[in-house]
Design a protein around this ligand. Structure first.
Ligand SMILES: C[S@@+](CC[C@H](N)C(=O)[O-])C[C@H]1O[C@@H](n2cnc3c(N)ncnc32)[C@H](O)[C@@H]1O
Length: 280
């Protein structure tokens, strides 16, 4: 067991009794290096990749989605807390489309291992550098995740990503996650955008969030910046994928899961939805 050197409170005992897996016996990073190579580019599904790749490029750029440091910090706290409600200490967790994952170091202390998957290359590189010293966190590309053996995870979380995927891309991922989940595991999809959410409603929600959390003026300035940015252009041209509660539940069921909506949503926006899906 690789746990002898890990003296973080609470984790030492749990890992000492958990079943041994490659990340424990060799360390997560050596496990990642041994992955077989099987290129999978979900952006190419059905040739409808334009909007998908544009969104990933946007997230890979020096964007201003977070209006200031306080916004970034509050987002990370709320998202991390929301994810923790779905995991236990013995879970091997995949966070798919993790973005900056500023909550990762906190989250992994509540899990067995944490695998962060991010398609945006610069973002992923920065993430790798930041968590390099974290033995139980791995950062992988979508291709690397797609090449993992079946049953690699107990929980897969995909938060605030479905709106940037075409329905065909989402279906491909749902099939992949079903394979990657071990029997009894679960898939949690958060921040699903509902059909009736025009940009002004999101803008209003940001102002309310800023008011509650102490970054109101920065939120006002941020909205002006966003209105003139690539985000506004992309949202208009490429659009966002939206699902009603019924549509998302049926999508999950068609892909072979039993699914129910979970309240609250993982993120702060309660107009968006979280679902918990168990492979049938
Ligand atoms: C709005 S951010 C959400 C980040 C994080 N999940 C959170 O809630 O803070 C969406 C992220 O999904 C990533 N993404 C989009 N499509 C992806 C894909 N097909 N595979 C992996 N990451 C993807 C984007 O690059 C971006 O970092």
């Amino acid at each position: 067991m690789a746990t002898g050197a890990d003296t973080r409170q609470g984790i030492f005992v749990k890992r000492a009794v958990a079943p041994c897996h490659p990340w424990q016996s060799r360390g997560i990073h050596s496990f990642v290096r041994q992955l077989p190579h099987r290129p999978v580019n979900i952006g190419d599904v059905d040739g409808d990749s334009v909007s998908m790749s544009d969104w990933v490029s946007f997230f890979d750029s020096d964007h201003s989605i977070y209006v200031n440091a306080r916004h970034r910090e509050v987002h990370a706290r709320i998202t991390g807390d929301g994810m923790m409600a779905h995991i236990t200490r013995s879970d091997r967790v995949l966070d798919y489309g993790c973005g900056e994952a500023a909550y990762a170091e906190r989250l992994v202390r509540e899990a067995e291992t944490l695998t962060l998957c991010e398609a945006a290359p610069n973002l992923a590189e920065a993430l790798k550098r930041r968590v390099a010293h974290e033995r139980y966190i791995a950062v992988m590309s979508p291709d690397e995740v797609a090449a993992l053996p079946g049953g690699s995870f107990d929980v897969v979380i995909m938060h605030s990503v479905s709106q940037y995927l075409s329905p065909a891309q989402l279906d491909t991922l749902l099939t992949l996650f079903r394979r990657l989940l071990q029997p009894g595991g679960k898939f949690v999809i958060g921040d699903v955008v509902q059909p009736d959410t025009p940009a002004w409603k999101d803008a209003l929600a940001l102002l309310q969030f800023g008011w509650r959390e102490g970054f109101f003026l920065a939120a006002v300035a941020g909205l002006f910046r966003t209105a003139l940015s690539d985000y506004a252009k992309l949202r208009k041209d490429a659009g966002l994928s939206r699902y009603s509660e019924d549509e998302m539940r049926k999508t999950l069921e068609r892909a072979g899961y039993r699914a129910h909506r979970h309240v609250p949503n993982i993120g702060h926006l309660q107009t968006r939805m979280t679902f918990v899906a168990i492979p049938r």
